[in-house]
Design a protein around this ligand. Structure first.
Ligand code: NAP
Length: 270
């Protein structure tokens, strides 16, 4: 009998954690469908991945736009069998809410919340057709507590967390396994790296490389771990967030985050 070729879809695969997921899966000889924004270096990533001798297809599109999600998903569903979906593309930032303009707010909500929900819905019939398939949603430690000066980002990641847990339960008796990973800080893009550097010691608790996060996440996903925790630092972080009452946790975290903005202002004066 002819073997069915299946693929893993990774959103936001041109850099950071998404790129690390692509390499981790390539090492495991998983064929890939990579999605990222146009002209952001995806071709270069594909060239590097060729060494693993796997099948690779790419879509360069802006996932903030629902029409793009529909057309990419239609194309994937017509051409490929999908046995894994990694919803990694996401963005955040630190700003006073009054300084957050429409674009900033729209970008976070559309990419983190809307695109994750729509692409999952669109690819689900394809995933359900496979003997065994996986969905991994990338949330964040920020999902576990609200915080000032980030406001929308932790709320969007709490959405991802709850969405994943609900979908897991709903699909429990099907061939689709759903998991969520909550990374702590990772020095991926320049903005993230600068922000982590400005946060002080508490902000660096649980710091891991994107490669390590991808390695642990894929290992645990395949072991069917429903909520993936990454290392001791993040486990301590999580425990603190569960133990500390909200009236201690909320001002404490907000103070840590506010440092990013205050230090930013210092930089501007120099
Ligand atoms: N870094 C951290 O400290 C941290 C901590 C916890 C959770 N996370 C989460 O981890 C995930 C990856 O973050 P990262 O730090 O690796 O970010 P990153 O380096 O900025 O990478 C984000 C990826 O998403 C893609 N992307 C951004 N906007 C897009 C759009 N509109 N349409 C399609 N693709 C788009 C980017 O593609 P282009 O390169 O083409 O722009 C890039 O490949 C995110 O969900 C983030 O919230 C990050």
């Amino acid at each position: 009998m002819k073997e069915i070729i299946t693929y893993a879809v990774i959103t936001g695969a041109s850099s950071g954690l998404g790129k690390a997921f692509a390499f981790e899966l390539a090492k495991r000889k998983v064929n890939l469908i990579l999605i990222s924004l146009p002209h952001e270096g995806l071709e270069e990533v594909v060239q590097q991945l060729r060494a693993y001798l796997i099948e690779i297809s790419c879509y360069e599109t802006d996932l903030r736009c629902s029409e793009n999600i529909v057309s990419v998903s239609n194309s994937i569903n017509s051409n490929f069998n999908v046995s894994m979906l990694i919803n990694n593309a996401g963005m955040g930032g630190t700003k006073r809410f009054l300084d957050a303009d429409t674009n900033y707010l729209n970008n976070i909500i559309q990419l983190n919340v809307m695109s994750t929900s729509l692409i999952t819905r669109a690819l689900l019939p394809n995933l359900l057709r496979q003997k065994q398939s996986y969905i991994l949603n990338v949330s964040s430690m920020a999902a576990f507590s609200p915080m000032g000066f980030k406001t929308v980002y932790p709320a969007s990641k709490a959405f991802i967390h709850h969405f994943s847990r609900g979908l897991y339960q709903e699909l429990k008796d099907t061939s689709v396994f759903v998991s969520v990973v909550n990374p702590g800080p990772m020095k991926t893009n320049k903005d993230c790296t600068d922000r982590i550097n400005r946060q002080g010691l508490l902000g660096k608790l649980g710091l891991l490389t994107p490669g390590k996060v991808a390695e642990i996440s894929i290992r645990q996903l395949l072991r069917k771990d429903t909520v993936i925790m990454l290392g001791l630092g993040n486990a301590i972080n999580w425990l603190l967030m569960m133990i500390l009452p909200i009236w201690v946790r909320l001002p404490l975290l907000t103070k840590v985050i506010e440092r990013e903005i205050k230090k930013d202002k210092c930089f501007q004066k120099v």
